[in-house]
Design a protein around this ligand. Sequence first.
Ligand code: COA
Length: 338
Amino acid sequence: MGIGSRIAGVGSFVPPRVYENKDLEEMLDTSHEWIIQRTGIERRHWVDPKTSTSDLALEASLKAIKNAGLEKSDIDMIILATLSPDHDFPGTGCFLQAKLDLPTITVLDIRQQCTGFIYGISVADKFVKSGSHKNILVVGAEVHSKGLDKTPRGRGVSVLFGDGAGAVIVSQTEVNDPLVDSHILTTHLHADGSFAKELWLPAPGMAFEGNERFSQEIIDEGLHYPQMNGKVVFVHAVKRMAECLTAACKEMGVSFADVDCFLFHQANLRINSKVAEVLGLDESKVFNTIQDYGNTTAATIPLGMDKAIEAGKLKKGDLVASAAFGSGFTWASALWRY
Ligand code: COA
């Protein structure tokens, strides 16, 4: 079959501090029962005040490089996906590059939110197949906790999100037997910007009338916190994830029964159960991590992959099917043999 790309290494990192649902009850006027029933989340990790997104990304990246059996100097490109950047600009990928001490290699930031990691491996796959790069570090990292409204006003959103990072190395490989050899089979990427304001962070930004990107009014209205129409997101997430997963499998002539492990984005346990129900998937093959980490956006899928390997639910040679949905709206699927 020729030159392909494969996921050669995986790593993840979450900050040590755990917040159980109970820890949020008073702060957010919520309850463990509400959170667990509506979302399946039991706890999440939140950073200490000194930690940034690129700090989490660094830890996950070093583990992924080691896991791939590579040296840092083997990495020739960094792709970093996040919706919670260290700073508005430059992209967090540049901060990570400096922390990794890998000057001059290509750095690309991806802004596709919960779908960012699948967009990232898709871009990496294409760069590797083009022959221009050989070992690409693809990282998803988020520090949500510093950007959440931690008052009862924000409870509809703030209970959902956790901090963390996951990374993989996408490396060049020779694919001789696609049924056996480790490689990325396909990726499907989509977006529909007409739903951009159903899940978004309005401020700060240049779209506000006036000469300043930040104002007292923005702070008073809480527009610097994420806004979400949860019910609309829920319905679209189920529909689009099911749709793009089906399309990827159909394109590759793979049946759902052929898949060994489903790694879905983790926004709500009920979303993933619904996708499994709609598609008639064997739910024991759907690996969920939301219980322990909440929604870690771009970090979710590589973090889930690392945890699935750790739990013995994903082994070398297994066929993985992944799908994600998020702000934009964006959605994507990917199939790879690990
Ligand atoms: N604790 C307690 N009560 C809460 C609460 C919380 N954390 N958040 C909301 N509520 C209350 C609301 O105030 C509302 O009360 P009311 O009926 O008295 O008005 C009630 O619970 C229902 O709120 P609603 O927002 O309609 O709940 P829901 O059933 O839609 O569930 C989500 C909310 C967020 C769990 C659900 O919509 C969801 O998961 N959507 C998808 C989110 C998602 O995927 N986001 C990320 C995409 S990448």
